[in-house]
Design a protein around this ligand. Structure first.
Ligand SMILES: [Zn+2]
Length: 319
């Protein structure tokens, strides 16, 4: 899979939607991953032999018709308070000047992945996406506090695990149960999607990070697990780190569970566009560890800078 994951190119009119798909095809990608793909995108993609995959987000409290405290992901009281303080507002430009690109908490009121309500909503979302798209790409599946949910259901799961006598510390029980919860959800939804369409692409971007084990992606049941080897934001990771991340993820890969796909993030915001020579080096690392698979996100810088487009086109031609 050579996928462009896009949030930014214009898509209001049918002409723009067709042009978007043609642009992706012209770059040399074989897949477009996008939010709410339209019939026009699918139809132009089919003509060009390009797959169009729908982004699927996790259910949040806003998806419920009435409040349901039992289905909400819970954080510790102190975390809820801090999240509330942050939600009340930070100064404009704070994220950029403080380099806090990884938020302390996910701001959306996510539902607990163990709750039947969340699973049902997610199944509906997947079913609807697959009625149209060639596949699904999960984004944003994780814990609000990046390590655990403290709802009564999750607390009970931890208590039950303690009773198994696995000789784990409290922290180990907490993190192992959390990681298993993410893995079980992905297996459930993968099977659900494949039962609807065995040919559907099931992929993701590993985000938000799971702090106890940032490299848990190899355990997620998917066709392709895309994991960040170069991040959008400054400070730019050294090429040595880019290579280290790719190598680490590749060596953990279990092809029976998923294929590791290097994810390269590039924003068009001022000060965030990396030079084409640098992108070229990142793409070379991606090729070394990705077996020809790549997710490149997003397309605004590729559209705005012909030199970046050129290195991307040349790299995508190589496999
Ligand atoms: Zn929970």
């Amino acid at each position: 899979m050579k996928a462009a994951w896009d949030w930014h190119l214009p898509r209001e009119t049918e002409t723009e939607q067709r042009e978007l798909v043609e642009f992706v095809d012209g770059c040399g990608f074989d897949t477009l991953i996008i939010n709410n793909p339209t019939h026009t995108m699918l139809s132009r993609g089919r003509e060009l032999g390009l797959k169009v995959v729908a982004i699927v987000k996790p259910p949040t409290a806003d998806d419920l018709s009435e409040p349901d405290p039992e289905s909400r992901q819970r954080m510790l009281p102190v975390e809820e308070e801090l999240a509330g303080t942050l939600a009340r507002g930070v100064p404009r430009g704070y994220q950029e000047c403080s380099f806090r690109w990884y938020p302390l908490f996910q701001s959306a009121e996510l539902l607990c992945f163990e709750s039947p309500v969340a699973r049902e909503l997610l199944e509906t979302r997947v079913r609807e996406a697959l009625q149209r798209a060639n596949g699904i790409a999960f984004d944003g599946f994780g814990f609000r506090n990046h390590y655990a949910c403290f709802c009564p259901r999750c607390e009970e799961m931890r208590t039950n695990r303690e009773k198994r006598g696995e000789d784990l510390s409290d922290v180990e029980v907490l993190t192992a149960t959390s990681e298993d919860s993410l893995i079980n959800l992905s297996t459930h939804i993968y099977d659900f999607a494949k039962a609807i369409n065995p040919d559907a692409v099931v992929t993701n971007h590993l985000w938000p990070p799971f702090r106890p084990n940032p490299y848990y992606g190899h355990r997620l049941k998917l066709d392709y697990c895309s994991q960040t080897i170069s991040w959008f934001y400054r400070p730019v990771w050294s090429l040595a780190r880019v290579e280290l991340e790719a190598k680490e993820m590749k060596q953990r890969e279990d092809p029976e569970t998923n294929r590791f796909v290097p994810f390269i993030g590039l924003h068009d915001r001022p000060g965030m566009v990396r030079p084409p020579e640098r992108i070229n080096e990142e793409l070379a690392i991606a090729r070394r560890y990705g077996d020809g698979n790549l997710v490149f996100c997003t397309l605004s810088a590729v559209k705005a800078h012909s030199e970046i487009r050129k290195v991307l086109q040349d790299a995508l031609k190589k496999d």
